[in-house]
Design a binder for this molecule. Structure first.
Ligand code: NAD
Ligand code: MG
Length: 357
């Protein structure tokens, strides 16, 4: 097991990573003496609720099982969690335990942030994306019909327990989608990790336990360092959005169906790399390495055909537009990224045009 720490003063917390963690009593150790509400979904419950129950042995807990899917990441679904908390007479010493992917984690975290003005919660992520990204950093929330993650709160968990054994049952596409975010950490700030990923791409696809544990741990270490330096995204935390502005345009255009978030991010990373090369910031060799690694991880490196004008418009509605200027995360090299509005628009135009329908 690897243990890391997210350094946020009195809100600091541990991240545990490794095989076999679910049954080891770690969940029970972080309940601070209170009762627990386990929040999971109908896909994850039959796979892992019994193991989580072993980790809660001797504790006073109950469970609520939600329907599966991004479509259920809503305030209406939160109501079911609040109902379970109130019916179970949970008080402010309650701990919410989120067992599942990013959807369960974001929603359960938001319920914990708001129930009785805030109770503790644990992230027990079971997808690669949740283990390397969404479970760490304290962003919680749900979707509004008009936009993704529109209702939310910053609320840090009390601990993150990432049992890498749970990745065994993850569909292949979900595994690859999570790997897109893993590659992102190497690109934005950790060239040595990028090298390691190039050497271990096949081991990761094979779900070699040691390789997965290393990839999750290095991703969490990088994310924890970024979050510790800029918890509320006043500046450098925006580096985590590499590929996301190009990617969000894909997700919006396709109506969030067909493309997984990580797949859109992979295409977005490849586009950001292409644009960085067009600007003369990223040399062609490193651009090609980036694209090759994504492809080996079975990820797309180009968007679906989107009409040029529409792609331009979709990029503008991204949250990263500030004062009318589009800000993008671009690469200066492998392991070095910048967030900037200072770029030659012609390079962006060229990149969009290359793929336009
Ligand atoms: P998800 O939660 O929808 O999980 C993907 C699918 O895998 C679901 O069907 C789920 O039930 C299933 N699943 C979960 N664990 C499994 C397992 N071990 N074996 C088999 N199937 C399993 O999707 P996700 O990719 O984990 O998370 C995406 C969500 O995370 C989005 O809502 C996104 O907005 C959010 N997110 C949040 C942050 C953050 O900082 N809070 C960061 C990135 C993404
Ligand atoms: Mg992402």
């Amino acid at each position: 097991m690897r243990t890391l720490q997210v350094a946020l003063g009195e809100r600091s917390y541990p991240i545990y990573i490794g095989p076999g963690l679910l049954g080891r009593g770690l969940i029970g150790e972080h309940l601070a003496g209170g009762r627990a509400l386990l929040v999971t979904n109908e896909t994850v419950a039959p796979l892992y609720q019994a193991r989580a129950a072993a980790g809660l042995a001797g504790c006073d807990w109950r469970a609520v099982v939600l329907p599966d899917g991004e479509a259920y990441k809503t305030l209406e679904t939160c109501q079911r969690v609040y109902d379970a908390l109130i019916e179970g007479q949970f008080d402010r010493t309650a701990t919410v335990v989120a067992l599942g992917g990013g959807v369960v984690g974001d929603l359960a975290g938001f319920c914990a942030a708001t129930y009785q003005r805030g109770v503790g919660y644990l992230q027990v992520p079971t997808t690669l994306l949740a283990q390397v990204d969404s479970a760490v950093g304290g962003k919680t929330g749900v979707n509004h019909p008009q936009g993704k993650n529109m209702i939310g709160a910053f609320h840090q968990p009390r601990a993150v327990i990432a049992d890498t054994d749970t990745l065994a049952t993850l569909p292949e596409r979900e595994l690859s989608a999570g790997l897109a975010e893993v590659v992102k950490y190497g690109l934005i700030r950790d060239a040595a990790f990028f090298d390691w990923l190039e050497a271990h791409a096949e081991a990761l696809l094979r779900r070699d336990p040691a390789a997965l544990t290393h990839a999750v741990a290095e991703s969490c270490r990088n994310k924890a360092e970024v979050v510790a330096a800029d918890e509320r995204e006043a500046g450098s935390r925006a580096l985590l959005n590499l590929g996301h502005t190009f990617g969000h345009a894909i997700e919006t255009h396709t109506g969030y169906s067909g493309w997984l978030h990580g797949e859109a991010v992979a295409a977005g990373i490849a586009m950001a790399a292409r644009m960085s090369t067009a600007l003369g910031w990223l040399d062609e060799r490193d651009r090609a390495r980036t694209e090759a690694l994504l492809q080996r991880l079975r990820l797309p490196t180009a968007p679906p055909p989107i009409p040029l004008a529409r792609y331009r418009a979709l990029m503008r509605v991204d949250k990263k537009v500030q004062g009318g200027r589009l800000r993008l995360v671009l690469l200066r090299g492998i392991g070095e990224a910048v967030v900037t509005a200072e770029f030659d628009e012609a390079a962006l135009e060229r990149t969009l045009r290359e793929h336009a329908a």
